[in-house]
Design a protein around this ligand. Structure first.
Ligand SMILES: [Zn+2]
Length: 68
């Protein structure tokens, strides 16, 4: 459980990414946050309840520009 003050955002909070890192492997591109969220370098996430959050980078906008 989180022992930080103030406490980290819950895993289902909109700002869950703001929790402090607990462990990380930068060569593999992931960070395990204090609230149990597994955060990937491409901004994708896996929540503790195994819900997968797709990357939120603005890749779609770049692809639209190339196609146009
Ligand atoms: Zn914490």
């Amino acid at each position: 459980m989180c022992e930080h003050t103030p406490p980290c955002p819950a895993a289902d909070a909109t700002d869950a990414d703001a929790a402090r890192p607990r462990s990380a492997c930068h060569t593999q591109g992931w960070t395990l946050l204090c609230n149990g969220v597994l955060l990937f370098d491409d901004t994708g996430e896996i929540r503790p309840d195994l819900q997968v959050i797709p990357p939120r980078r603005a890749v779609a906008a770049e692809q639209t520009e190339v196609a146009a």
